[in-house]
Design a protein around this ligand. Structure first.
Ligand SMILES: NC(=O)c1ccc[n+]([C@@H]2O[C@H](COP(=O)([O-])OP(=O)(O)OC[C@H]3O[C@@H](n4cnc5c(N)ncnc54)[C@H](OP(=O)(O)O)[C@@H]3O)[C@@H](O)[C@H]2O)c1
Length: 267
């Protein structure tokens, strides 16, 4: 199956990669993000099959305008990919309520706004794809607030899947490990650098391929990438104490290195 696919967060990373993949596979695509110049470049590359709109998923009015122009251009939505997301870095109690609410606003409420606003225009047997993360299965220190958003969208998707089952719409979460995108280049919180910058990363095209496959059909409820990440999930689920001990040690090493770097040199 193909048809009309909506991709949020399409100006970069896996969203942009998915738009390229989907158009190459015959989809009509609507691409949403805030950076309109990036979207214009994407449209020049992909042509008329790619409709673009400047949409901020925290802003209901821009979503409503985006839905209207998408439906007028490409018709009802066959697949909705709620991908727009951002991070936040820092130990939980160092983050302000504003820091935490801003990341929930995009990663959780942004998904809800987009699904609710598009709902009247879903085609028969629409595919709902919600981009979560491997961190929906485990919480990493100094990324706790981001991890909480991904736990939340996983829980949201699980209930939605059951609620929509009778209507024939299918809900799938994508739970990738680290991906080689701009995610870690975008400042997690103004004035702060990411603590974790994982070395090994999936290619965005690989994740996009898996997403497009789900959009076309199949009944997978979640897709974890890479396959080896199942070992991490098994550790977190079956031996949480061991997982926590490893994370505690890593955090201890990080704090020790930071306080050594802060100490003045010996005269
Ligand atoms: N990279 C990773 O390691 C990784 C791993 C697991 C899961 N994920 C998830 O994958 C998704 C995509 O991330 P990525 O890795 O492709 O990162 P990315 O390259 O930074 O792309 C993020 C996209 O989200 C958009 N976005 C952010 N805030 C938005 C808002 N308020 N309204 C509309 N669009 C917004 C950005 O566009 P504008 O800035 O132009 O609005 C951009 O297109 C996210 O949900 C992320 O949590 C990433």
């Amino acid at each position: 199956m193909s048809g009309h696919m909506l991709v949020t967060g399409a100006s970069a990373g896996i969203g942009a990669a998915l738009c390229r993949r989907a158009v190459a596979r015959g989809w009509r695509v609507t691409a949403w993000a805030r950076r309109s110049e990036r979207l214009t470049d994407l449209q020049s590359e992909l042509g008329a099959a790619c409709h673009i709109a400047t949409v901020d998923v925290t802003d209901a009015e821009s979503i409503a305008a985006g839905v209207a122009s998408a439906v007028a251009t490409h018709g009802a939505f066959n697949a909705i990919v709620a991908n727009a997301g951002r991070g936040v870095d820092g130990e939980i109690l160092d983050l302000s309520v504003n820091d935490i609410s801003a990341v929930f606003d995009v990663n959780v409420l942004g998904v809800h706004r987009c699904l609710q606003a598009t709902r009247p225009h879903w085609a028969d047997k629409a595919r709902i794809i919600i981009v979560s993360s491997i961190v929906a299965y485990l919480s990493i220190p100094r990324m706790g607030a981001y991890c909480a958003t991904k736990h939340a969208v996983d829980a949201y998707a699980a209930a939605l899947r059951v609620e929509l089952a009778a209507s024939g719409h299918h809900v799938c979460t994508i739970n990738p490990g680290t991906i080689d995108t701009e995610f870690f280049d975008v400042a997690p919180t103004p004035g702060r650098q990411w603590t974790w910058r994982p070395g090994q990363a999936l290619r965005a095209e690989r994740v996009a391929r898996a997403m497009e496959r789900v959009a076309r059909g199949g009944h997978r409820r979640r897709i974890v990438l890479p396959g080896s990440a199942y070992a991490v999930i098994a550790l977190a689920r079956l031996c949480p104490a061991i997982g926590e001990r490893l994370l505690r040690r890593a955090l201890g090493r990080m704090r020790a290195a930071e306080s050594a770097a802060e100490k003045p040199e010996h005269p």
